[in-house]
Design a protein around this ligand. Structure first.
Ligand code: G6Q
Length: 554
């Protein structure tokens, strides 16, 4: 379902022409021209308030972007996704993360089979299991209660669970320890378990394929660590569960498939945190709050499917991202949550956005003649303000920002001088967006009595675009809506760029390459190498360093 070459579409050409006029306009002018702009260019639905008035757009831009979306058949593509069409065409798969959070009353068919009963059967099993662990009914091999949960996975089988655990820590069982191991660097595993008792520790091995080198390596390390203390193989059944689509691989590893929670090939790794990959999240916050999170996702799904383009949050976010990326030529997006609990949200979004839209060919395999996915990055506010915001304010590049903030904090702390520390936090968020948009003119700087030589240094050009997303409070429900907002915005962008947002051949390459090299690094005798001269030399040098006199423990 490829559309006509993007840059040849009349709607694209119209946007290009339009850019010639609006591209030179300053946000100061746009705001001066319309006193209601700050109220009008906003949307509020499903608990999220989006202010996009500080984007460099006007009513014509927005209309033209919607026309582009129609020309790229965005509404039809949305329906195709929800219908279960195989829109991940390079892998021949349906893309149905939306089915993971749909209620039992909905019917979603994959190859004629309704997947909702399957989804809910797994959710119910997860709930029973979580309750048993949380209540202490599930005991370890020696009869001790499980107090530690370690989720082992990588990429899509890790970043979502880590982010969700951190985001919802306030709702989690504080008498249990939750840790996440992803890196094949032995330090990750060693540091995660160093102060834990295997008799009280449960490992969740999360791997869709159950073939991923890093995860299986860490799972074997976990097994060895457990058995060293617990002694016999029968302990595995009490201390290991698996989340996978590969029952055979799970059984081969030695985990009873009765302790396996499944999911399906129509769930992409980076879209899987609300499947059984989120078992650690459910163990942390309980089944009821996990379902609240799913309800948040679902609310955004419904909104995305039914809201008209002009008030459709993911569609707007996606189209504005296209505008910034392809017309303002902004290569990156900074995601700046003013909420400490969302500290891993930018890292999570990096995978979601960059693995999805880091593609250079269209669905038809034609090399694109426009930029696709921008680089996502970010840190929580206010920390970033004291480091990289300098470049965002006064650098030579445009970095569109997504500011995310909440009406309530989960940790109120009275501030010196009145109010709560949260007011200080939010004052910073609001002030940053304002400063980026409006800047400070040379006249304003002079009026402050600044010496002439310093005026250029203290001048802020402004005209730097941002979105501001506000919600009442970070709850499981709100987290669900926020994640789904970005998931669907990624899909909107991928639809316009005419790429497959749901495959990841670049990741597959990495998985293959390491296999060849590992054999060369571990060969007993100096291997015959046939790489380029740099790779050959690096392999040789690494072997020398490793086998040389200076060992790390010397
Ligand atoms: C996600 C990617 C990738 C994947 C990991 C782990 O969309 O495909 O990040 O999640 O490589 O794969 P497994 O879950 O199969 O171990």
């Amino acid at each position: 379902m490829s559309h006509a070459p993007l840059t040849t579409l009349p709607q694209w050409q119209a946007l290009k022409q339009h850019f010639a006029t609006i591209g030179t306009k300053h946000l100061r002018e746009l705001f001066a021209a319309d006193a209601q702009r700050g109220k009008q260019l906003t949307v509020e639905d499903v608990g999220l308030y989006l202010d996009y008035s500080k984007q460099r757009v006007d009513a014509d831009t927005l209309r033209l972007l919607r026309e582009l979306a129609e020309a790229c058949e965005l509404p039809q593509r949305i329906e195709a996704m929800f219908r279960g069409d195989k829109i991940n065409s390079t892998e021949g798969r349906a893309v149905l993360h939306v089915a993971l959070r749909a209620p039992t009353t909905e019917k979603i068919l994959v190859d004629g089979h309704d997947v909702e009963p399957d989804v809910h059967e797994v959710l119910d099993r997860m709930a029973v299991f979580s309750e048993r662990v949380r209540s202490g009914a599930w005991l370890g091999h020696t009869g001790k209660r499980i107090r530690n949960v370690i989720s082992i996975g990588i990429g899509g089988s890790d970043l979502g669970p880590v982010m969700a655990y951190e985001a919802l820590r306030d709702y989690s069982r504080r008498d249990m320890t939750f840790r996440f191991v992803s890196n094949v660097d032995g330090t990750d595993f060693s540091e995660a378990v160093r102060d834990l008792d295997p008799a009280e520790t449960l490992f969740i091995i999360c791997s869709k394929t159950f073939t991923t080198l890093e995860t299986l390596t860490n799972a074997h390390a976990a097994r060895a660590w457990c058995l060293k203390t617990l002694g016999d193989e029968s302990a595995i059944a009490k201390h290991f569960v698996a989340v996978s689509t590969n029952a055979e691989g799970v059984a081969k590893f030695g985990i009873d498939t009765a302790n396996m929670f499944g999911f399906w090939d129509w769930v992409g790794g980076r879209y899987s945190m609300d499947s059984s990959i989120g078992l650690s999240t459910m163990l942390a916050i309980g089944a009821e709050q996990f379902h609240e999170m799913l309800a948040g996702f679902h609310a955004m799904d419904e909104h995305f499917r039914s809201a008209p383009l002009e008030s459709n949050l993911p569609a707007l976010m996606g189209l504005l991202a296209i505008w910034n990326n392809n017309f303002l030529d902004a290569a990156t997006v900074a995601v700046l949550p003013y909420e400490q609990y969302l500290k891993r949200f930018p890292a999570y979004l990096q995978q979601l956005t960059m693995e999805s839209n880091g593609k250079h060919v269209t669905l038809n395999g034609k090399v694109v003649d426009y930029n696709t996915g921008p680089i996502y990055w970010g840190e929580p506010g206010t920390n970033g303000q004291h480091s990289f915001y300098q470049l965002i304010h006064q650098g030579t590049r445009i970095v569109p920002c997504d500011f995310i903030g909440f009406g309530h904090t989960l940790n109120p702390l009275p501030a010196q001088g009145g109010g709560d520390q949260h007011d200080l936090l939010m004052a910073n968020l609001i002030a940053q967006g304002e400063a980026l948009a409006f800047g400070k003119t040379a006249e304003e700087v002079r009026a402050e009595g600044t010496p002439e030589a310093l005026v250029p240094h203290r001048t802020f050009e402004g005209n730097r675009p941002s979105n501001t997303i506000l919600a009442a409070k970070l709850t499981p429900h709100v987290l669900g809506t926020l994640i789904a907002l970005y998931e669907h915005s990624v899909f909107v962008q991928g639809t316009i760029w005419d790429i497959d947002s749901f495959d990841q051949w670049g990741v597959e390459l990495g998985k293959q390459l390491a296999k060849t090299t590992i054999a060369e690094l571990t060969a007993k005798d100096e291997p015959k190498l046939a790489h380029d001269s740099s790779t050959n030399a690096l392999i040789h040098r690494y072997r020398q360093l490793r086998d040389g006199a200076t060992s790390g423990k010397a």
